[in-house]
Design a protein around this ligand. Structure first.
Ligand code: NAD
Length: 340
């Protein structure tokens, strides 16, 4: 059970007055395990489905400087008293400066007073919470006998995705396709670390051979086609998080039972946006994965069903893992205090 942030703020180690806690990127990387992220994300998806946690409207704007896209995702999980915002975005020139292009920081607030409670590095947390979301979907929706994991995408997120997915089923092989084949060796090295045989394959073979497929690319057109995917496959669509992006054939979305983190985002910015726009599925056919977690929806109903998780990425995921980071950092004496 994760203690609410409010309880952590009342520990004896907190200096009196107006200090806030700071948890660095390096500390998050050290203490927030995949397992802790999985538990936090699963809990918050369940709370969302019960109406105990709510995401507020997302803001994302081109700022007209450095080609940057800036925005924030905010929300409140009443069940754990976690209130906050993840702010940041995409700075395409960062790599040349030795920084990652995606930058984010989480600010947590005391829900009783509105005072800032903690400042938490958000870059590692974004990757680990995104991987946790697809892992939660695999845990709840993939066939128990799944053995071949297919990866579409090989960028920054892909290694995190592969590591988290590998813990959910007894996979005996990873097959992968990427738009830029030269990026595949780094994913192959993650598979090697996990002791999993790895094969770079043609796109068509992904659907023909994989039992679980994770799509995690920044594609703007369908890469995985309906007629190439076998019955019984579970697909975690993780790359499409913006209007216009697309990784899978709308006909594949229409043929699947579609689950999501949040229906509004799935319809507006997620993979389902294209099938919705073509009238191929209705928004009310999309099932919050929290309903499966809470036991109010059965999830997969047969071994032949194609299940698809549209993981759009919600602010509450970020807040959930950030509050875990604060709790764990505090327990290990790794929190810095800053006077505000
Ligand atoms: P990255 O820049 O490190 O990697 C990009 C990936 O997309 C690579 O595999 C690259 O080969 C591929 N790619 C680039 N252009 C392509 C094209 N035209 N067609 C097909 N593939 C193309 O990015 P990343 O950090 O690994 O993120 C991957 C995607 O995941 C992005 O779209 C990002 O916005 C999204 N994302 C989603 C969430 C979420 O919660 N759902 C969270 C973080 C990132």
């Amino acid at each position: 059970m994760i203690a609410p942030l409010k309880a952590a703020a009342e520990t004896a180690s907190a200096p009196a007055g107006t200090s806030i806690k700071v948890v660095s990127e390096a500390t998050c990387r050290r203490i927030v395990t995949r397992s802790a992220a999985f538990t936090a994300v699963e809990q918050v998806f369940g709370a969302m489905a019960k109406g105990d946690a709510v995401n507020f409207p997302v803001v994302r704007e081109a700022i007209g400087h450095a080609d940057a896209l800036y925005g924030f995702k905010s929300g409140f999980d009443r069940s754990r008293a976690v209130l906050g915002v993840k702010s940041g975005g995409y700075w395409p020139g960062n790599l040349a400066k030795g920084l990652t292009n995606h930058q984010s920081t989480v600010v947590l607030f005391d829900p009783d007073s509105g005072r800032p409670a903690a400042l938490v590095g958000g870059n590692y947390l974004t990757a680990v919470r995104t991987a946790a979301a697809s892992a939660v979907s695999i845990a709840h929706l993939a066939r128990p006998d799944a053995t071949v994991l297919g990866m579409l995408g090989a960028g920054h997120q892909a290694g995190f995705q592969l590591r988290a997915a590998a813990e959910q089923r007894s996979f005996d092989k990873v097959i992968a396709w990427n738009y830029h084949p030269d990026m595949l060796p780094s994913l192959a090295s993650v598979a090697a670390e996990l002791g999993l045989p790895f094969e770079a394959v043609e796109r068509e073979r992904l659907g023909r051979e994989a039992d679980v497929i994770i799509t995690i690319s920044s594609s703007w057109e369908a890469q995985l086609m309906r007629d190439r995917v076998r019955p019984g496959t579970h697909i975690a669509c993780m790359g499409t998080d913006t209007k216009g992006k697309q990784e899978v054939d709308p006909a594949l979305v229409a043929a699947a039972t579609v689950f999501t983190d949040e229906v509004a985002q799935s319809v507006g910015i997620g993979e389902a946006q294209h099938a919705i726009a073509r009238g191929m599925i209705a928004a009310d056919a999309i099932i919050p994965i929290g309903a499966v977690i809470n036991g109010t929806h059965p999830g997969r109903r047969s071994a032949d069903e194609i299940t698809l998780f549209d993981g759009t990425g919600v602010g509450l995921q970020d807040l959930a893992v950030a509050s875990v980071a604060v709790e764990l950092a505090e327990a290990e004496g790794l929190v810095s205090w800053v006077e505000l």
